[in-house]
Ligand binder design. Sequence first.
Ligand code: GLN
Length: 456
Amino acid sequence: MELHTLSIHEARTALDKGEISPVELTNALFKRIDSVEPKIKAYVTIAREHALARATDAEGRIKNGDRGLLLGISLAVKDNMCTDGIRTTCSSKILENFIPPYESTVTQKLKDQGFILIGKTNLDEFAMGSSTENSAFGRTHNPWDLETVPGGSSGGSAAAVASDMCIAALGSDTGGSIRQPASFCGVVGLKPTYGRVSRYGLVAFASSLDQIGPITKNVRDSAMLMNIISGHDPDDSTSAPIAVPDFTSGLGRDIKGMRIGIPSEYFIEGIDKEVEESVKQAIRKLEALGAVPVEISLPHTGYAVAAYYIIATSEASSNLARYDGVKYGARTEGNDLLDMYMKTRAKGFGAEIKRRIILGTYSLSSGYYDAYYKKAQQVRTLIKQDFENAFKKADVIVTPTSPTPAFRSGEKTDDPLHMYLADIFTISVNLAGVPGISIPCGFSSGNLPIGLQIIG
Ligand code: GLN
């Protein structure tokens, strides 16, 4: 048994039976990191000493009968979630040396269950992107083909899970950033319902869309992590005060009679033929298992990309205003205060961040607000209504996660619009606030993973 390939539930069983020790497991993961990380570059920070100390501690605690669900298990966390005392960069120059003085709620919850933080993973700067090419610290490579992108923005987390450099990871999803990289890397990525998981300590990108969720090797691990990270948090007023069910109780259930909605708008021209075929094959398989396919329509899908890139950039322009070199952000001195602000932001932010701040500021400015921001919010309501109507006919909706498998790095970097359009199948889910999961559903002829999205 190669220890680094274990999933959470397999590791838990082996640790509880005393077949392996936390130190052994952690060492196996570092051995794996030493051999593949130089090629993949999934991590911004590898917390080797911290992790080994935690592993030794876990060893003693297991002997003393401590039964933390994640005791001795190493997870990676996207580098936009604050970890007390451990650098949190958002893959941005402006936060290159930011060491948070507090712990985010999600990582605290993982800590309460004894997890080991093995490292902080690479992302598109401030989670803005779909390829993990927008990182100030270099791009991450897709483990299935190093010349292709791992997806984004949680590309580091997805690549680390796919290449067994951690047992599982957390990502964040504003417009697809958990599901699309999970699909590109052949792993499971879940964006929970808006409000299900606290974002306290998540560096905000677009606050009405951001959600944290698990990236795992299988669905059982996803459910296990959801049991741990979900729930109301007084420190995040947008977290829902709703009881958390046992997500694992839904596993392995019969799907006989389940109505699976197939939206015609998601099987359109431009979608890769192999992706379409794989997804259709998966639908036939679900049918063979007793599910009932129903045709549904999400008629405003065509407006989702436009509405999303107005709303997300508007919120980002507001959220990122705090990085001015005074309290937050690596300061670049200037001749006066204004000059200091300008130099700090010019030097600290990458091109994509600047593009979005400019776009968002424009959409929110007087005279344009009604035409852009308000209009986008109205479209958002229509998109939400599309889902409400669809769920009268269907229990779940099944779609491709992305119109193509992983693309080659550099292929879309010169054309931001081209990059934005690739988010077409994931962003409506965020606009509507509903949950979506990407699970593996086969491979392209080029041996790249294909993802199936299931929307609840
Ligand atoms: N690709 C989308 C964007 O660039 C989504 C990013 C995300 O979900 N964080 O905004």
